[in-house]
Design a protein around this ligand. Sequence first.
Ligand code: AMP
Length: 112
Amino acid sequence: MTTIFKKIIERDISAEILYEDDDIICIHDKFPQAPIHILIITKKIIPNIQELKVEDMHLLPKIFAKAQELASQFGVQDGYRILTNNGPSAGQTVLHLHFHLLGGKVLGGKGG
Ligand code: AMP
């Protein structure tokens, strides 16, 4: 099984990569919903947060720490949103765990 994000990780398709290590990759979203719209993606294909197993939960603090860093790097540390969509009815279109970091404008309601 592969995903569009796996293809980015493997450099089969291009993306604007901001950061990468053994566990995560951070890219600019191709279709930004805010002036700052970054995706923090696990390198391991985990379909979504509901499928995250205990053995992979160590990835979460790493993801949030990187979100803090990126928020500061892009100057939105005083106002940003981190979200992850779980399942198609929540708007998930890529079944590969990722967190959206959104900022740079006044963000609207939480429910979408
Ligand atoms: P979600 O809908 O929560 O699964 O988020 C998937 C996100 O991936 C969307 O915000 C898309 O705009 C974004 N996306 C899809 N294809 C690409 C791509 N090739 N490069 C960067 N972001 C992408």
